[in-house]
Design a protein around this ligand. Sequence first.
Ligand code: NAD
Ligand code: TYD
Length: 350
Amino acid sequence: MKKILVTGGAGFIGSNFVKEIIQTYPQSEVVNVDLLTYAGNLENLKDIEGHHNYTFIRADIRNKDKIEEIFAQFEIDTVVNFAAESHVDRSIVEPEIFLTTNIIGTQVLLDVAKRHWKINPDDKYCRNYRDGVKFLQVSTDEVYGALGKTGMFVETMPLEPNSPYSASKASADLIVRAYHETFGMPINITRCSNNYGSYQFPEKLIPLIIYNCLNSKHIPVYGDGMQVRDWLHVKDHCSAIETVLRKGRVGEIYNVGGNNERANIEIVKLILDVLGKGKDLIRFVKDRPGHDRRYAIDNTKITTQLGWTPKYTFEEGIKETINWYLDNLDWVEGVVNGDYLTYYQQMYEL
Ligand code: NAD
Ligand code: TYD
């Protein structure tokens, strides 16, 4: 792992990952390719601007010529694909871009990697992969669909995505798998639960609650607020990806989660309490169409086979996250431009 292409590295998880990886692998070269959509922000990376083993390139993963050029110029041997449209509500309003970025963009990256790495389908049965070459697709637990009151997602479950976002991520997973099966592409797929932490765009639940609390705005709680998500600190997600890059068996899928299930309303009340705000800010609104009731990750495979464990407890992680937003109000104001609020106003009749 000497020349790492990270896509979507100016977004929430990608920027946390890039900052970690350039420290962990000072001998490696990290190339961050990001289109800088509304969700990508170079402010997230200002600490490492000009770092000796880091290069940023503004480019679209759907642009094959540009991706070819980058592979050739940097002799990329590892790809970590974060680049995506990532918000379920947006995917309900504008599904098309989710299909082009999340599916076609992934296929373009696979195709260029296949050519550049001279992947030979005849090698695949003897698993004769070149050392240090890997394509890691960052996926989500949402590809499995929704759970009832019991049960957990395991890697062997069928995919039953319910939103255009999760359907596009599931499609990308299947294309990645197909490149492995057909051509012998050395791949891993990670499927992580909901992340929280610093630099998350305030359209997602946790930073949206914090942002609205700080501005004394109503917090829209979809439906009855009893939907359950399995929350993981972003730094634990990054360490899981780094573990899979190093130790993941080629062709395998790994679920990533921290056994931390919480109902949405519980999270809202917790943050209101920490910020000393009243429950009168809570506004129950029309439910999200196709809203998945519960997600829960069984992380046995990654913990037992690769030895990864999450480090953060939710209690410490959420306090650290709230403090980060309080200390970085300029960042929050800088990324919010009113545009995202229109989505909520339109969809949930606020
Ligand atoms: P994000 O929306 O914060 O960041 C996405 C990044 O991708 C942005 O920087 C954006 O500019 C970039 N991008 C979008 N389209 C692009 C294109 N065509 N070409 C190049 N760059 C493009 O998302 P995130 O929350 O950091 O999620 C990153 C990845 O992790 C996604 O693939 C997502 O599906 C997955 N994931 C997210 C979570 C979560 O809770 N946030 C959980 C599991 C998996
Ligand atoms: P979100 O952060 O959008 O992540 P995802 O939909 O990918 O899980 O939402 C997390 C949960 O919070 C989900 O059940 C939807 C709910 N939610 C609200 O109730 N109100 C909100 O304003 C937002 C953004 C989400």
